[in-house]
Structure formats: structure tokens, C-alpha cells
Design a binder for this molecule. Structure first.
Ligand SMILES: *Cc1c(COP(=O)(O)O)cnc(C)c1O
Length: 399
């Protein structure tokens, strides 16, 4: 089995990922084209700005943007683009960040978009020294909130497209851009996890940010695309705060290759394979006591579905969070998408499976459910206790 070989060499727990593209699991399966590109560039020298200029051309062609470049991650891309809005092309200002004395330093974000992707969006903005101004309330931000929050100190507005954000009561992107542009404010879209490389620029974004290591299957990296002046100002941050966010030649080449491979990938065949996997899971689990299975479309319109597994504790004798924990704790760790576990369900995401792993996933779930059914007492932990356990476990590393 492929997942055991590496595990043996480094003494790791073999992992099957049905959670999605998660940083804490190593993001995604890197496509062969990106691996080859990284191998090819690693022993060579290049003029990095030439390599990034080439990347700009590829990014422009695929996104419809004027220019772009590759960053270390989406998180660093947010900081670099915001920093560029603070400094413009003033090289001394670049070196001075973060700078408390700036008079123009406000970045607007809808309250419902101030989420965490593993770290807070707000922090990526504040790292530059900018002030993050929350507008509206979590579940309602109206056009007037944006209109009246723009003032002479405003340098940018950030818009997050993600399953993490509040999914209602927010200003649609096109209207958000219209209002911001009428007052001369650029709009930065964090679309780290989104499949569509053109939509957000088309809807009016001045800059859009994608992760290279998510759906694209590239190495850990970020992709920024947009207006040439804003891209240039973001790029200049390599002489300042972005030094610590440096991207290597291998990641630039890997991300370019992943972008190009995305264009030629047989998306239809991928979808068909995923649909077959979802069907296998749904059929295999639907008759188990206390389990309800359904298929759910991606909440931000990416062309994919996930298998939603609802666990009814009175009949299953376990909970969504206990089942997730048991699957993860096995000697072969199956990691499910469980950020909604407190509501009694989790998801299985078929996007990051190697051939045949879907069968192992199904087998492990059935095993754990049978164990819960046949145990002396129900395998039920209070959600409050699970939450505290997870928090405490985070503090123990490296032990
Ligand atoms: C994953 C994600 C990020 C962070 O991306 P990295 O490239 O891992 O830094 C930022 N924003 C959103 C919406 C994300 O989903």
C-alpha cells in the first residue's frame, strides 16, 4: 500500500485524506507535471525576476489579468497585495513597513468575511501595519455599510470567497466592486480555494488570489493576478516584509506547470471518477443504523460534490465527532471533513484520493460504526469535551 512506505521511513501515521485540500495534511496530491518542473529547475540558476515575468505571462493568459506572479502562499499574497496598496511604488515606504505613521492605512472587510483559513484573514492584513476595518455585522452587510465606510484613509477592500464565510447577507462581489470603484478603492479577492480562474476578475476584482496547492495540485504557493500597477506594487514587497515570505524557484516552476496542466486536465473524467466514488460511499453506508447519507454540492459553486454523513447518536451509538475522531485515530488514519461535526454531520471529499483508497475509507467507516454498535456502552463524548481535548492537544507539540 502506497501510504505505508513513506510512513515506515519517517515513522509517520499513514493518512487517507477525505477532508479536502488541507494545509495540515500537506494540501493536495501534486500533479506529475509540477513534480517534473520542480525537479528540472532545482539544480539550475535563474534570474528570478525573469522567471516571475514568465509566470506573469502564463497567469495573464489563463486568468485574463494584465499581470501576476507566484507567491509562497495565498496568505502571504494577501499581505503583499495589501502592503502594495499602502506603499505604491515608494521604495523607502516598502522598507518601512509596518509603519504606524501612515495616514492612509484602512482596509475594509465585511464582518462575515473575517474568517480563519487556519489563521485569521484579518492578521494577514494587519501584518503590513494596515488597519483592518470590519464593516456591517456578521450576517448582514449592506451597500450603505461599504459606501459610508470609505474615506480618505481607505487604501483597499478585501473580499473573501470561501465556504468559511457567512453564506448570506453579504454584498455580491459585482456590487461590492461597483461601490468601491466609484470611490477609487481597489478590491482584492481572496479566492484561494476556488476553481474558476476568470470569474472574479470578470466580476470586477482588481486583484484575485489563488492557492497553487489546492485544486490546482501544485506545490505550496500562491498566485496573484490583476491590474499591472497593483501587481507591481505587491511585487516590490519582496524588498520588504515579503522577504520572510520568499517563494523558491521550484515553487514558481511547479505552480506554472500546475496552472498549465489545469488547462489540459480532463475535468470531465475527473468528475466522473469522483461521482463513482460518491456513489460507492452512498450505497455502502445508506442502510446502516443511525446514518443518513446525501450528496451535497460545493457551497461556493466549485464543480464538485461531497458525501454528507449525518450521524444520529441514539441509533448509531456514536456521534459525528466521535466517529471522525475514531477514523483519524486508527493505525491507518482516515481524515474526514468535520468542521461541521457539532451539527451532527461530516463530509467525505473525493478530490484527493489515490486509486482504491475509497474502498478503504468505506471499510473503515463501517468497521467503526459496527464497533460502536457492538460496544458495551455508546461511544459518545460530550462535544464540549472534544473541543477542549483538541485545544489542549495543540499545545503539546512536539511531544
Ligand atoms: C486556504 C485559504 C487561504 C490560505 O491559503 P494558503 O495558500 O494556504 O496560504 C486563504 N484564504 C482562503 C479563503 C483559503 O481557503
Amino acid at each position: 500500500m502506497r501510504e505505508t512506505e513513506l510512513a515506515r521511513d519517517f515513522n509517520l501515521t499513514p493518512v487517507i485524506n477525505v477532508a479536502g485540500t488541507m494545509t495540515y495534511l500537506g494540501a493536495s496530491i501534486v500533479v506529475p507535471e509540477a513534480i517534473a518542473a520542480m525537479q528540472r529547475i532545482l539544480p539550475e540558476f535563474v534570474k528570478m525576476e525573469e522567471l516571475q515575468r514568465y509566470a506573469s505571462g502564463v497567469i495573464a493568459q489563463l486568468t485574463g489579468a494584465e499581470a501576476g506572479f507566484i507567491t509562497a502562499s495565498s496568505a502571504s499574497a494577501i499581505s503583499m497585495v495589501v502592503a502594495g496598496c499602502l506603499t505604491k511604488d515608494n521604495l523607502l515606504a516598502v522598507e518601512k513597513l509596518p509603519d504606524d505613521s501612515l495616514t492612509r492605512n484602512e482596509v475594509l472587510v465585511q464582518a462575515g468575511h473575517l474568517v480563519s483559513y487556519g489563521a485569521p484573514v484579518e492578521q494577514a492584513i494587519r501584518l503590513t501595519g494596515a488597519k483592518c476595518v470590519s464593516i456591517g455585522q456578521a450576517t448582514q452587510c449592506a451597500p450603505y455599510h461599504l459606501e459610508n465606510s470609505i474615506n480618505e484613509r481607505t487604501v483597499a477592500a478585501v473580499y473573501v470567497v470561501s465556504h468559511h464565510v457567512v453564506d448570506h447577507g453579504q454584498i455580491p462581489l459585482s456590487l461590492f466592486c461597483q461601490i468601491a470603484h466609484a470611490r477609487g478603492v481597489p478590491v482584492i479577492v481572496d479566492a484561494a480555494s476556488e476553481y474558476d480562474l476568470q470569474r472574479f476578475l470578470r466580476e470586477g476584482a482588481d486583484i484575485v488570489i489563488y492557492s497553487g496547492h489546492k485544486f490546482l495540485g501544485g506545490p505550496t504557493s500562491g498566485i496573484v493576478a490583476g491590474k499591472k500597477s497593483l501587481i507591481r506594487h505587491a511585487w516590490l514587497q519582496n524588498r520588504g516584509i515579503a522577504r520572510g515570505m520568499k517563494v523558491g524557484k521550484e515553487s514558481i516552476c511547479g505552480a506554472i506547470a500546475a496552472l498549465q496542466a489545469w488547462q489540459t486536465r480532463d475535468h470531465h473524467a475527473v468528475r466522473e471518477r469522483e461521482t463513482n466514488i460518491l456513489r460507492l460511499w452512498a450505497e455502502g453506508l445508506q442502510d446502516l443504523p443511525g446514518i443518513h447519507v446525501s450528496l451535497e454540492a460545493d457551497p461556493t459553486d466549485n464543480p464538485l460534490e461531497r458525501c454528507k454523513i449525518t450521524v444520529y447518536p441514539d441509533r448509531a451509538r456514536t456521534t459525528a465527532w466521535d466517529l471522525s475522531q475514531a477514523l483519524s485515530a486508527g493505525t491507518l488514519s482516515v481524515i474526514v471533513r468535520d468542521h461541521m461535526a457539532e451539527k451532527g454531520y461530516f463530509y467525505l471529499d473525493p478530490c484527493n484520493l489515490h486509486h482504491g483508497q475509497e474502498v478503504t475509507v468505506l471499510k473503515r467507516i463501517i468497521e467503526e460504526l459496527n464497533a460502536a454498535l457492538s460496544g458495551d456502552k455508546p461511544a459518545i463524548t460530550r462535544f464540549e469535551d472534544r473541543l477542549m481535548q483538541r485545544q489542549q492537544a495543540a499545545l503539546l507539540w512536539p511531544d
